[in-house]
Design a protein around this ligand. Structure first.
Ligand SMILES: Nc1ncnc2c1ncn2[C@@H]1O[C@H](COP(=O)(O)OP(=O)(O)OP(=O)(O)O)[C@@H](O)[C@H]1O
Ligand SMILES: [Mg+2]
Length: 372
């Protein structure tokens, strides 16, 4: 029997829990043809949320959806090729697409080499301007095709476009801000880079977009139901103490829930319980030990340790008198600096004023076991 708990890029509709509110915000925006930016902490389910909405839209069949993970392209040229190929796959070799090839094929002799397979082609240029021109042409295709059927385009890890080429995002913006027919969803996990793009004053177009900030874990009752059902449907069972143990560690964080449930399922013959979940957790920690030890070596100051220790043991009130006197913290600034450094390292994230949490719940568990 296949393990029913899924981890990885490939979305599985059977394994999707909740996100009702976020899905309906996204759907509403798509229906009104507004563009959205989805951002938030790493691994909290941004990609799966978009995939889930796209899955629903493709079943309904009123729109054509395209999902691009910008991270997967080594160069801008690869992105353009894939973009045009996907547009081509979803329609026919007509209009704007035909124009794209007609326009660039003659350049083959001078700047471009375009080798066409049945659906894929490769595009190379020695001149940067030609690539920009190709990019602009490509971005215009969906607007043209949307006259027949609306296109919805998701660009995941959008900020990576600026790594492929820093001039691309302004170019992209100048193209799509006049598009009326296509809906765009931008997503990413490098929050600082995304904020630079979407919230900066000189980017009013991006700033006006709907912002969907994903920060919440999944509701525990839905998680609990999901875990029991998946065990049951796959011919095994899980006792309530096993479910509670998974929820206690994962707290409803989608990735850590799937990882832990997945390993617990693997280790279970017939009935999973708390003991098996604990063993599964230890195996997860052991398999990450190398990475976690190297993280330890990046913790530099006493204050950084105190912050991690307090968060790991859920002491709360980082800036309280009690913590300050217990650990000899003379000035709150030293704590602030430690926190900033830990955020930079992606060990912790800010939730609210004075409230922080671990980004990796297994790392939190590892620290607990090391230091308590
Ligand atoms: N709603 C959900 N229900 C169940 N599992 C989920 C859900 N969302 C995400 N997951 C699980 O968490 C994993 C990470 O999700 P996803 O890749 O969507 O996160 P992300 O925020 O896009 O991460 P990254 O920051 O790395 O891009 C998925 O592979 C899946 O196992
Ligand atoms: Mg993602």
């Amino acid at each position: 029997m296949k393990n029913p708990f899924i981890v990885g890029r490939k979305f599985d509709p059977q394994s999707f829990i909740d996100r009702e509110k976020e899905s309906s915000i996204l759907r509403e925006e798509i229906e009104q043809q507004g563009n959205t930016v989805v951002y938030g902490t790493r691994r909290l389910g941004k990609t799966w949320l978009i995939e889930k909405v796209f899955h629903e839209l493709s079943i309904e069949g009123n729109q054509i959806t395209h999902f691009f993970d910008v991270q997967q392209y080594p160069t801008l040229s690869f992105f353009i090729s894939d973009f045009v190929s996907k547009m081509y796959n979803s329609s026919s070799f007509e209009g704007k697409i035909e124009h794209f090839f007609k326009h660039f094929l003659p350049k083959t002799h001078s700047h471009f080499s375009i080798s066409m397979g049945p659906i894929r082609f490769e595009l190379r240029s020695r001149k940067q301007e030609d690539l920009y021109e190709a990019f602009v042409e490509a971005i215009q295709i969906p607007e043209y095709l949307s006259r027949k059927k609306k296109h919805v385009i998701a660009l995941d890890e959008f900020q990576e476009l600026s790594i492929l080429d820093p001039s691309i995002i302004p170019l992209f913006r100048s193209q799509i801000q006049h598009q009326k027919e296509v809906t765009y969803i931008f997503a990413g996990s490098r929050e600082s880079l995304l904020q630079k793009i979407f919230l900066s004053k000189d980017a009013p177009f991006f700033k006006s977009m709907r912002q969907l900030h994903l920060t919440q874990y999944l509701p525990l009752d839905s998680c609990s139901h999901y875990i029991s059902k998946n065990f049951y449907d796959s011919g095994k069972k899980i006792q309530p103490d096993g479910v509670s143990a998974i929820l206690k560690v994962s707290q409803g964080h989608p990735l850590f829930l799937q990882l832990l449930a997945r390993r617990a399922w693997q280790k279970t013959d017939q009935i999973c319980n708390e003991e098996i979940v604990h063993q599964a957790l230890q195996e997860e920690l052991t398999s990450n030990q190398y990475e976690y030890d190297s993280r330890f070596s990046r913790i530099r100051s006493k204050e950084q340790r105190i912050v991690l220790f307090c968060l790991a043991t859920e002491k709360g009130g980082l800036f309280s008198q009690e913590i300050a006197s217990q650990y000899g913290i003379v000035h709150p600034n030293t704590l602030n600096r430690a926190i900033l450094h830990l955020i930079e390292l992606d060990f912790i994230e800010k939730l609210d004023r004075g409230k922080y949490r671990f980004t990796d719940l297994f790392f939190q568990e590892y620290i607990r076991q090391q230091w308590m």
